[in-house]
Design a protein around this ligand. Sequence first.
Ligand code: ZN
Length: 192
Amino acid sequence: MDGSYPGDGQPGGENEQIQVMDWDMLESNLDSKVKLAQYQGQKQLKNWVKAFKQITLADGTHWYHGNTLVVVADNTLRRGVTSLFHDQLTAGHPGISKTLQLIQPYYWWPNMKAFITEYIRGCATCQMNKVNTHPSHPPLSPITPIKNTRPFETIAMDFITKLLPSGGYDTILIITDTDCTKPQCSCLAKRL
Ligand SMILES: [Zn+2]
């Protein structure tokens, strides 16, 4: 055995290469757009250079914050960057912190976290898959007692349904006398 396996140098390997090339292509397209936008946003960039000391013309042509490309205030462009790392290809909709962590080695703009937070809160896929840890309960509507009523003059009814069938029955009807000091319940099973 030489450690090789079926597929080495075969179409499977090539497919893997194509995926990598797609990613590179997307990223380089985005890089080009970010760089092009910098030319149009020179005025803004000059203000940022004063405000953010880490911004420099690192390669002599384009603006970088440390080692990361500066994205000027262009919402479409910033959405494109966020989308690439959040919901494109195999990004898999990571959370706010993880998406930020993935973008940070490549791109920078002021208040990135706030932008990414807003983007992810507006992401339909994330919202659909979100686990609701604070379910909202409907408000309680207490029944106001009526004085001097006779037994079972005012009643409330409810069904408990979809129980495991027992003797051919799967539903219980509960009738409660709401004005009695000792509420009485009457139960009735309903045939399937
Ligand atoms: Zn998402």
